[in-house]
Ligand binder design. Structure first.
Ligand code: PMP
Ligand code: GLU
Length: 398
């Protein structure tokens, strides 16, 4: 017997063999690798704030660490953090959650994973308006469900319409995913648009809503974030809201996210799942998480104003590059750019832009549209200007 043949025989689980690695993270890593080799790549890839976490948040975590907050906490997160989350929901959305229906996890990605794992059985259908954040479909597959992507259109600002929703619902539909502001399009649903969707959903009382509100605080032009859970108590009962610290408070590396479940049984299931998998999110990170929620909003607003300025800058610059047609986002920090007239697939184009123009972007294909690419503007104005200069040069040389 040779060791080689042992390797050859390894049969991975069916679940993981269906998976591709996260392309957003992979391209961001590739851009960093090129930069570390001395290649001057401007990265507009992963959606990660370039700001550092505000100092008072770091201080709260450092104080906790030095005071010995170094042990396990309750698997679902500390009482202090869950109380701060409950205060946040009351303050921002006038929603009331008992703290045993709030589960803190290691990032909103983890919260979403827990939610899908706790809700889905084999064959259950999950409606996902597309373009969508690429991890939703991967998580649904892992949990044994089936994703049904509902194509939306640029002329309805990439938003799900009541007609499309009604046509897509079936007795197999278990969950509808909503993500406003959206990654990758930056579309933001208005109250009226959500009310129109809600009217359709009232005819399908068994459908649960997973509302991913992680970009809630990154919203432009005075628009307001509305959660579908705030429209009626009936909808609140069917909605699980997922949110987290990564984007609003520039805390991606801290890995803090949370799910607020109106349904007690769902909260219990997620708690059990987490108690057998990761247990609690990092103890002292949670102390920083309390400071962020209680005192972080002025900082979040300051950063949001900067993102809006960058949005205007990048949108203006990319609009001038002939074959590119950007969609003007109202929230989050991504520019979703129509590349149909370039004649390239999104994967081919981003490869060329990375290798030849040294600008890292993300292909639209894993988000459900091969005729778009995504550019993050969570980077400095100087870098955005440089990226646009390189792209303009590259396109005009063709
Ligand atoms: N939802 C959306 C739409 C996202 O873009 C992200 C990006 N990271 C997440 C959830 C998860 O964020 P995190 O795990 O950093 O909290
Ligand atoms: N959500 C961010 C993005 O879409 C970060 C990477 C990831 O978690 O996928 O770029």
């Amino acid at each position: 017997m040779t060791t080689g043949s042992v390797q050859d025989k390894l049969e991975l689980s069916r679940r993981v063999s269906l998976l591709e690695p996260s392309e957003t993270l992979a391209i961001a890593a590739k851009a960093k690798e090129l930069q570390s080799k001395g290649i001057d790549v401007v990265s507009l890839s992963a959606g990660e704030p370039d700001f550092d976490t505000p100092d008072f948040i770091k201080q709260a975590a450092a104080d906790a660490l030095m005071k010995g907050v170094t042990k396990y906490t309750p698997a679902v997160g500390t009482v202090e953090l869950r109380e701060a989350i409950a205060r946040k929901f009351k303050r921002d959305q006038n929603l009331t959650y008992p703290i045993d229906q709030i589960i803190v996890s290691s990032g909103a990605k983890h919260s979403l994973f827990n939610v899908f794992f706790s809700l889905l059985n084999e064959g259950d259908e999950v409606l996902i308006p597309g373009p969508y954040w690429l991890s939703y479909t991967a998580m649904v597959t892992l949990a044994g469900g089936t994703s049904k992507v509902l194509a939306t259109h640029e002329d309805t600002q990439f938003k799900l319409t009541p007609d499309i929703l009604r046509r897509s619902l079936s007795p197999r539909t278990k969950v509808l995913v909503l993500n406003s502001p959206s990654n990758p399009t930056g579309a933001v649903y208005t109250r009226q648009e959500l009310e129109a969707l809600a009217e359709v959903l009232l005819d399908y009382p068994k459908v649960q809503i997973v509302s991913d509100e992680i970009y809630e605080k990154l919203i432009f032009d005075g628009a307001k974030h509305i959660s579908i859970a705030t429209l009626s108590s009936e909808l609140a009962q069917r909605t699980v809201i997922v949110n987290g610290h990564s984007k609003a408070y520039a805390m991606t590396g801290w890995r803090l996210g949370y799910a607020a479940c109106a349904n007690k049984e769902l909260a219990k299931a997620i708690s059990s799942l987490q108690s057998h998998s990761t247990s609690n999110p990092t103890s002292f990170a949670q102390a920083g998480g309390v400071a962020a929620l209680d005192q972080g909003d002025p900082e979040a607003e300051r950063m949001c104003k900067v993102y809006q300025k960058r949005r205007d800058l990048l949108y203006g610059l990319i609009s001038q590059i002939k074959p590119l047609k950007p969609f003007k986002p109202q929230g989050a920090f991504y520019l979703f750019v129509n590349i149909a007239e370039t004649g390239f697939s999104s994967a081919d184009l981003i490869q060329k832009l990375l290798e030849e123009a040294h600008v890292a972007t993300i292909p639209g294909k894993p988000f459900g549209s091969d005729s778009h690419i995504r550019m993050s503007f969570a980077t400095s104005e100087a870098k955005l200007e440089e990226a646009a200069r390189r792209l303009s040069r590259w396109f005009s040389a063709r």
